[in-house]
Design a protein around this ligand. Sequence first.
Ligand code: PLP
Length: 392
Amino acid sequence: MKYNFDEIIDRHGTNSLKWDSRELLINLGFTERYDDETIPLFVADMDFTCPKPVLDALHARVEQKMFGYTYHLSDDRYLKALQGWFNRRHGWKINPESVVYSPGTVFALHIAVRAFTRPGDKVIIQRPVYAPFTSAVEQNGRRIANNELINDNGYYRIHFDELERLAADPTATMMILCSPHNPVGRIWTPDELRRINDICRKNEVILISDEIHGDLIRKSAVFYPLAQVTDTDNAIICTAINKTFNTAGLHCSNIIIDNPELRKSFQKVMGIQSPSPFAISALIAAYNEGEEWLEQLKEYLDGNFDYLETFIEKQMPDVQFRRPEGTYIAWLDFSGTGLSPEEIHDRIYNRANVFLEDGKIFGAGSESFQRLCVPTPRKILETALERIAGEF
Ligand SMILES: Cc1ncc(COP(=O)(O)O)c(C=O)c1O
C-alpha cells in the first residue's frame, strides 16, 4: 500500500513526550518557551503513523481481551521474525540463544555498565554523542573517557590513536559505540568497526554497539552491523523496533550477546524482563511485514533532507549542514553566524518558537550546534525552518 507521510496528525493530548511535555521540558531547563504553537523537532520520534501490519496486529491483540504476564518465547514467532529481519535486511544471522529482551536500549546500557564494569571504572564514549550514554556511565558511579570525534568540515572521523591510548588504561573496561552515530550521522565503515573492535579486544574493553538507528539510513547507504564484519566475542549489540517503526512507547529492544558468559552476567543484573503483549505483537508484525513501509519512509526522509539542504543553502548560508549517512537527525553548525550559543538558542527557541536540542547536551565543544530531527510531515519541517530563518 502507499503510505501518506504528508498527513499531519495532531498529537497534542496523546501523552506524547514530543508534543505534550511542556512542564517537564521547561523544568529540565531545555527551553523557556513551549506553548501550543511550538514546533518540537527535538526527540528522535516520528510524527508518522506506524506500518499498517503493526496497527492490525495491535488491534488483533486487543481482541484477545486480556493483557496478562507474557512469555514471548512460548513459540518461535518472536525470534523468527527478529532473525528474519536482520538476515534479510543486513545479512546478519542472529543466533536465537544470544537474544535478550530489554524494555529499552538506554535501560540496557545502564544494565551493561553495572554488569561489566566496577564503580570508578572508565567507559569510553565518542562525543558529541547521544547524552544518555553519559548518564548511563555517570549515574552508575563510573567515569567517562571521551574519545572526541574529529570534525572534518562536517564529516566526522575517529581519532584512533587516542582511542588506543584510552583503551590501554587498565581502568577503562567498556566502550559504548553509537552505530550509526547520533548526532553526527556517520555509518562506520567495516574497516573502522574492525579497528574499534580490535582495540577493544586487545585491551579487554567490552564493546557495546548501539545500533538502533541501523535501519534508518539514506536510500543509497549501506549499514554494517558490527556482527557482520567482526568477531562478537567481546561485544554486546543493541537492536530495537523502537526507532525503526516509531514504536518507542512500546518499549521493545533486543540485546544480542553471543558470548554466553557475558550474557549470563548481563541477565543476572537485568533480572527477568518480559515484553508487553503489545510489544510482542508489534515486533512480529514489524519485522515480518514492515519493509514496504520502511522503504517508503526512507524515501520520504531523503526528501526531507533534500528540502533541508536546499533551504539551508539558500536561506541560511552561514549554517553548516552535511547530510547524514544514517539516522534521521540533522546536526546543524551555527558557529558561522558569529552568534553566541545563548543568542542562537534564544532566536530558535524563544523567538522562532521551534524546539530543537542544544549542542551542549551532546558534549563540550558543540555549544554552537543544534540537533534537529526531520521525521515529520514536510509542511511542519518547512514551517519550522521558515520560522528559524526569519530570526537569522
Ligand atoms: C543512539 C540511541 N540509543 C538509544 C535511544 C533510545 O532508545 P530506547 O528508547 O530503546 O531506550 C536513542 C533515542 O534517540 C538513541 O538515539
